[in-house]
Design a binder for this molecule. Structure first.
Ligand code: SME
Length: 157
């Protein structure tokens, strides 16, 4: 497929509905994990313009920084620490409307105000997380949860 992403305006659902088949197309025929995570992070950043979009992968007993778009970030996060480590420990998506109100939130960037973290789950085991940060409060809701879970579900990791 062409590598240019078609960016649309519209409400959040419309934006995801345009983006999802394009992400599916990007992943089709490519089995390399890093390549696929890198393109997902880039596609989300391009369409939505969020502050930070990217992945942490479970390596031994920590989450380690993977492909991302945005400002440089913390490289390692322990299980149960911060939003990412809590999403890993609880194996569920966490929506954080105001990061300052999340106990133990890890501030990689002082610009981050709200966040959503979606776990990657294979055979019932969390293998990593998708983390998205916004520079404004209250940017994520059930719509993001639904579509971002659908996106990570396209990965076989
Ligand atoms: N805020 C995250 C850390 C990762 S950065 O936002 C990229 C957390 O609390 O887990």
């Amino acid at each position: 497929m062409a590598e240019d992403l078609q960016i649309i305006t519209g409400n959040k659902t419309e934006q995801y509905q345009s983006l999802l088949p394009q992400i599916k197309g990007l992943l089709e025929g490519e089995t390399d994990l890093v390549a696929n995570l890198a393109n997902i992070a880039a596609a989300l950043k391009e369409q939505f313009g969020w502050l930070w979009t990217g992945f942490y992968l479970v390596k031994e007993d920590e989450l380690v920084l993977g492909p991302f778009q945005g400002p440089v970030a913390c490289t390692r996060i322990r299980k149960g620490r911060g939003v990412c480590g809590t999403s890993w420990a609880e194996a569920k998506t966490l929506i954080v409307p105001d990061v300052e109100k999340f106990p133990g939130h890890i501030a990689c960037s002082s610009l981050s105000k709200s966040e959503i973290v979606v776990p990657l789950i294979k055979d019932g085991v969390v293998t990593g997380v998708l983390d998205v940060d916004a520079s404004e409060y209250n940017q994520f809701d059930e719509t993001d949860k639904r579509f971002l879970e659908e996106i990570v579900g396209m990965l076989s990791y």
